[in-house]
Design a protein around this ligand. Structure first.
Ligand code: KIV
Ligand code: NA
Length: 262
């Protein structure tokens, strides 16, 4: 099967063929998602919350992103793999962002990076694309900005969000991720650009959807946002399996003769 590329995604947008994207942080999950036909895998800095147990994405380091991107890159045959730039690789010197993107392309088998921000990131995006690093922009709710914004909140400023997406496209971004905006705003952004738009909490008038895999599988403990959906209850299945194992060992039911060497 041919690899999904930036060109594939553009064709999908042009043909109104919805793009599917999910997060992945390790080899077995990435393999399953790739084989299920997910078009794009995101090694998201959401792993700070759903894998590492932090309250925000801010503690995640570039070395950790590379470590996880290697596992996901090795696991996929078809999906395009996008790697988040963790805080503050996309906030301070542009050279630093280019170096981070170069690490992704040289040291993992992944294909692109994602960067939070729009208009104020145009120079950075242009410099990275010039250096040969494909960039997905991320507008709307930007989790790395949480302490400036004072919380995770719906983003409603249509003019600003449209300007952000246009500036990112103009700078050479191959796609724009839109997080947590009213459906009408996401539709306006999608109308304003030609590149694919990928929504999370952005309604259906976009080129594709992304969700956090741990959220849709029931692996996230505690709060999950309104815009996610549970497609499976894997967390419950794991808890049940572990409880069965404990009971079997305690009762002498495991291991059996056939599970032992004579
Ligand atoms: O890190 C992440 O999972 C994201 C989401 C928007 C999908 O950036
Ligand atoms: Na992210």
């Amino acid at each position: 099967v041919p690899r999904v590329t930036t060109r594939t995604l553009q064709k999908m947008r042009d043909n109104d063929d919805p793009i599917t994207m999910l997060t992945a942080y390790d080899y077995p999950m990435a393999r399953l998602l790739d084989q299920a036909g997910v078009d794009v895998l995101l090694v998201g800095d959401s792993m700070g919350m759903v894998v590492q147990g932090h309250d925000t994405t801010l503690p995640v380091t570039m070395d950790q992103m590379i470590y996880h991107a290697e596992m996901v890159g090795r696991a996929t045959d078809r999906a395009m793999v996008v790697v988040d730039l963790p805080f503050p690789e996309g906030q301070i010197g542009i050279e630093r962002s280019i170096e981070a993107g170069v690490r992704v392309l040289k040291d993992t088998r992944c294909h692109a990076v994602k960067l939070e921000g729009g208009a104020e990131q145009a120079d950075r995006i242009a410099a990275m694309v010039t250096a040969g690093i494909p960039v997905m922009a991320h507008v709307g709710l930007r989790p790395q900005n949480i302490h400036v914004d004072g919380g995770y909140r719906l983003q409603r400023d249509t003019d600003r969000l449209v300007a952000d997406a246009r500036a990112a496209e103009q700078a050479g971004a191959f796609a724009v991720l839109i997080e947590c905006v009213p459906s009408s705003v996401a539709a306006a952004i999608t109308d304003a650009v030609k590149v694919p738009t990928i929504g999370i909490g952005a309604g259906s008038a976009v080129s594709g959807q992304v969700l956090v895999t741990h959220d849709i599988l029931g692996l996230t403990t505690g709060y999950t946002p309104k815009f996610t959906r549970n497609f499976a209850e894997i967390g419950k299945a794991i808890g049940q399996a572990a409880a069965d194992y404990v009971a079997q060992v305690k009762s002498g039911g495991f291991p059996s003769k056939s599970e032992s060497f004579s």
